[in-house]
Design a protein around this ligand. Structure first.
Ligand SMILES: Nc1nc2c(ncn2[C@@H]2O[C@H](COP(=O)(O)OP(=O)(O)OP(=O)(O)O)[C@@H](O)[C@H]2O)c(=O)[nH]1
Ligand SMILES: [Mg+2]
Length: 138
């Protein structure tokens, strides 16, 4: 049976590569506190309990001077096409942003299952701010 593919999608700096590396169990993707660190799609295998799957870490900002929206769109569209399930990652610390909404608009067009993951909910105070993200509809 073909392994299912999980894609991590979201605006820059929300922690996509951090989660990807954590599940992969190795530092495959570069993690840095600068937006746009991951530039292409990066692939690895993951496992959760007894389920094995393929993972795609996506980047998406300013390559070849294209505007941000064009980059995030092409990355997200490729990931949507290749993935069986999409994990849409957002950042509880910064809250909902226009860029999150831009990514969401692309994902609305997909029939694939989407799991919204609110990252950086490090403490009980930040955890109280996750509810704004329900506005995205997931
Ligand atoms: N406080 C906190 N910081 C986090 C968490 N997850 C990731 N970070 C930090 O957020 C920054 C960005 O993380 P990345 O994993 O590089 O984010 P990304 O979404 O892959 O970023 P791009 O590749 O630029 O799109 C790094 O400094 C991480 O250490 C978290 O749960 N809590
Ligand atoms: Mg990254």
């Amino acid at each position: 049976m073909k392994m299912p593919t999980v894609a991590f999608v979201g605006r820059p700096n929300v922690g996509k590569s951090t989660i990807f590396n954590r599940i992969a169990g190795e530092r495959i993707s570069i993690v840095e506190d600068t937006p746009g660190v991951t530039r292409d799609r990066i692939y690895a295998h993951g496992e959760w309990l007894t389920t094995k799957f393929a993972m795609i870490d996506t980047g998406g900002i300013q390559i070849d001077d294209q505007p941000f929206s064009a980059q995030i769109r092409s990355q997200a569209e490729i990931a949507i096409e290749e993935a069986d399930v999409i994990v849409f990652i957002v950042d509880a610390k910064s809250g909902l942003t226009d860029d999150d909404e831009q990514v969401a608009r692309i994902l609305y067009q997909s029939d694939k299952p989407i799991v919204l993951a609110v990252n950086k909910a490090d403490n009980p105070e930040t955890r109280e701010d996750i509810y704004d993200f329900y506005a995205l509809g997931w």
